[in-house]
Design a protein around this ligand. Structure first.
Ligand SMILES: Nc1ncnc2c1ncn2[C@@H]1O[C@H](COP(=O)(O)OP(=O)(O)OP(=O)(O)O)[C@@H](O)[C@H]1O
Ligand SMILES: [Mg+2]
Length: 269
């Protein structure tokens, strides 16, 4: 690693180096990630865009420890994921990562409140503590009055907000969202994206969103484009929190993003 890159990498929350992922399918090898280099910094919000099949979900799953890469390295908060045992991976996943998927994966027989509490209960955290935290998070996503509703008694956008509250319940360092609004109408989708920005500001959570929504992708402070298993573009939009710089007072957009981004994480072409 060159010194510039090493300095920047020291501050990164996620460091991905030459990440490759292949699938075996019907006797042949399908190369899906073909050498990804990417650093993600604490407190960043960024979108990953690119055509269907580019490898966006596969990359997110590797970062999120839901899938193992074929080769390469991923460090998350200083921990090397690629050589970890599955029990350690599960521990890291619980402690550091929150997921939001296109389909919320809420448990249908439990209420909104219980769904939000669930990751904590599975971890054996005290029930009262988790209930209080879940209540506070439901209030934060604007759903306190729906706490006793089951998923089937909530709208799509409300279900997704419960899923976001659930992703936050163990106070993760990073939220990985895979097309969180793919299933929603445009105004609900805007509200969900807005909520993600609010969470980023309130909690400092790093947020990575895979999205096909061009409007939203372009309003993120940082946009990473994938094509055919590679990062082909990694740029800062000059925006902060989805708003043009002039709407954000005196701060400049550069403050919202990573140190020496260009040397650290842009694809080297
Ligand atoms: N388990 C698997 N076995 C074989 N091939 C797979 C597997 N999972 C994904 N793929 C292939 O890997 C490629 C990338 O898939 P991935 O889901 O990462 O794409 P994506 O960029 O998220 O696309 P989309 O925008 O449609 O969600 C696809 O061509 C897909 O068919
Ligand atoms: Mg996908």
């Amino acid at each position: 690693m060159d010194p510039d890159r090493e300095n920047a990498a020291a501050e990164a929350l996620v460091i991905i180096e030459d990440l490759r992922k292949s699938f075996q399918h019907m006797g042949s090898t399908l190369d899906v990630l073909k050498g990804i280099d990417l650093n993600i910094y604490p407190g960043q919000t960024l979108s990953i865009i690119g055509a269907s099949g580019a490898g966006k979900s596969t990359l997110l799953h590797c970062i999120g420890t839901l899938d193992l890469p074929t080769s390469g390295r991923i460090r998350l908060a200083g921990e090397e994921l690629t050589t970890m045992s599955s029990s350690r991976l599960a521990e890291v996943r619980n402690r550091l990562i929150g997921f939001v998927f296109q389909f919320h994966h809420l448990l249908p027989e439990f209420t909104a409140l219980e769904n939000v509490m669930m990751p904590g209960l599975i971890q054996g955290r005290p029930k009262k503590q988790m209930r209080d935290r879940a209540r506070a998070l439901l209030a934060e996503v604007g759903l306190e009055p729906r706490a006793t509703h089951r998923p089937g008694e909530l709208s799509g956008g409300e279900q997704q907000r419960v899923a976001i509250a659930r992703a936050l319940v163990l106070d993760p360092k990073i939220i990985l969202a895979d097309e969180p609004t793919g299933n929603l109408d445009s105004s609900t989708s805007d509200a969900i994206h807005e909520l993600l920005f609010e969470i980023n500001e309130e909690h400092g959570t790093t947020i990575v969103v895979v999205t096909h929504n061009p409007g939203w992708a372009e309003r993120m402070p940082r946009v990473v484009r994938m094509l055919d298993g590679k990062v082909v573009e990694d740029r800062e939009t000059g925006l902060r929190r989805g708003l043009p710089p002039e709407s954000t007072g005196t701060e400049t957009s550069a403050e919202s993003s990573a140190p020496s981004e260009s040397s650290a994480s842009s694809p080297k072409s």
